[in-house]
Design a protein around this ligand. Structure first.
Ligand code: GDP
Length: 202
């Protein structure tokens, strides 16, 4: 491996996608930070880095948030380039965000994500407010099956199941040889991004 000295064995680029307000930034912060904190609405989170141990390997995840671009539906192929995993998020308390998965986001992924081996996961967020649930777990499971995505429900607020989402995604990526090829790391291809690393957590 080329990265032994930098402290990891494998490096994956993961994208968070879905309607504005579903909790993408919150999920990212909930996963990377160790203290439970108030999750205020966020803008401008570009990416964060987190290292995991999966099956004895040190796996570096560079997780990208859309930083609000999704409001304008202006994600482009450059956002998708070099990604090994995509997490498509909806809000279980807002039905429209679920309906937009098939109508909008699955189509965007189909159009722009050129790597068809890329592992995709559907995630229903905000299960902590069960009384406001508008999308059942069964509906989520059925859509994920139809789209051939992995599926989880979670809460960025309570952290329920958040780590498991990222861990399972990393594990599934590791099982696909074409996603492990040398040079598949997005950071290796985009040296201009290194200047941002001081803002990232590990
Ligand atoms: P994004 O636009 O998809 O990045 O969504 P944000 O992460 O900015 O979250 C939008 C709003 O939903 C914020 O007010 C968050 O505090 C709230 N939120 C995010 N995740 C959860 C969750 O798991 N449970 C609850 N109850 N609220 C959440």
């Amino acid at each position: 491996s080329s990265s032994g000295q930098s402290g990891y064995d494998l490096s994956f680029k993961i994208l968070l996608i879905g309607d504005s307000g579903v909790g993408k930034s919150s999920l990212l912060l909930s996963f990377i930070s160790s203290s439970v904190q108030d999750l205020a609405p966020t803008i401008g989170v570009d990416f964060k880095i987190k290292q995991l141990k999966v099956r004895g390997k040190r796996v570096k995840l560079t997780i990208w948030d859309t930083a609000g671009q999704e409001k304008f539906r202006t994600l482009t192929s450059s956002y998708f380039r070099g990604s090994q995993g995509i997490i498509l998020v909806y809000d279980v308390t807002k039905r429209e965000t679920f309906l937009n998965l098939a109508d909008v986001w699955a189509k965007e992924i189909e159009l722009y994500s050129t790597n068809h081996d890329c592992i995709k996961m559907l995630v229903g967020n905000k299960v902590d407010i069960e009384s406001e649930r508008r999308v059942s777990r069964e509906e989520g499971t059925a859509l994920a099956k139809e789209l051939k995505f992995l599926f989880h429900e979670c809460s960025a607020r309570t952290r329920e199941n958040v780590k498991q989402c990222f861990e399972e995604l990393a594990l599934k990526i590791m099982e696909v040889p074409s996603l492990l090829q040398e040079g598949s790391s997005s950071l290796k291809r985009k040296p201009d991004l290194r200047t941002h690393q001081s803002r990232c957590c590990s």
